[in-house]
Design a protein around this ligand. Structure first.
Ligand code: FMN
Length: 198
């Protein structure tokens, strides 16, 4: 379609609906080879998309090839793309895995690699680990406070022992689906409310 045709074309009903909805990014917190986070992220996205209440997308930190903070030139295209992606989102669901009782270095670096793009947005946390990733998730909550991210209360926790086969194949227990929906209810409502602050 030509530029002018695009400019004057009426948006389809579907396009209007997509544009009016909140945009929620499902952020994969791990980047290592062999990571299980894509399986968990796709599962959350599948539950989220059945709701039809927001536009949900996977945001994979690995795609942006972020330099370690302060070690690059600051001109890396991924750094600008990371900030642009975050700026386009109204809220987040962090897929958090526990590494040495905290979040991954990759997620911390990604959090540090933006500032205003995080401000006044809501986030939910879905975590996993030997104790459901609870320690990592609590560390993330402290960081969220500094980045003006309102982290919601409901927090689905997945066990490496019972929700994964051989700690690698994700087979979540049914009970988690209701918890993910309860978390998303809070993320969507707070993301909408915080839009009025920005
Ligand atoms: C460096 C490292 C440290 C880890 N430390 C912990 C830990 O402290 N607690 C825990 O429950 N699991 C720990 N694990 C296990 C991870 O939670 C598990 O490997 C998980 O699958 C990692 O997520 P990923 O596959 O998406 O990278 C650790 C794994 C790695 C690689």
């Amino acid at each position: 379609m030509s530029f002018l045709a695009k400019l004057f074309r009426k948006q389809t009903e579907e396009e209007v609906k997509v544009a009016e909805k909140l945009n929620i990014g499902i952020v994969l917190g791990s980047t290592r080879q062999g990571r299980v986070s894509p399986q968990v992220g796709e599962w959350v996205k599948g539950i989220a998309e059945k709701r039809g209440d927001a536009n949900y997308e996977i945001v994979d930190i690995a795609d942006f090839k972020l330099p370690l903070l302060g070690e690059g030139t600051g001109e890396e295209p991924g750094l600008a793309q990371w900030n642009e992606k975050l700026a386009s989102l109204d809220g987040f669901v962090f897929i958090v895995q526990e590494y040495n009782h905290s979040i991954t270095g990759a997620l911390k670096n990604a959090l540090d690699s933006a500032r205003e793009a995080w401000y006044n947005k809501a986030a939910g946390i879905v975590s996993y680990g030997s104790t459901g990733g609870a320690r990592a998730a609590e560390h993330l909550r402290g960081i969220c406070g500094e980045l003006k991210i309102a982290d919601v209360r409901t927090h689905p926790t997945l066990s490496l022992f019972t929700d994964f086969e051989n700690m690698s194949e994700f087979k979540p227990a049914d009970l988690h689906e209701a918890n993910v929906n309860a978390m998303l209810d809070e993320v969507v409502s707070w993301s909408g409310a915080l839009k009025t602050v920005r």
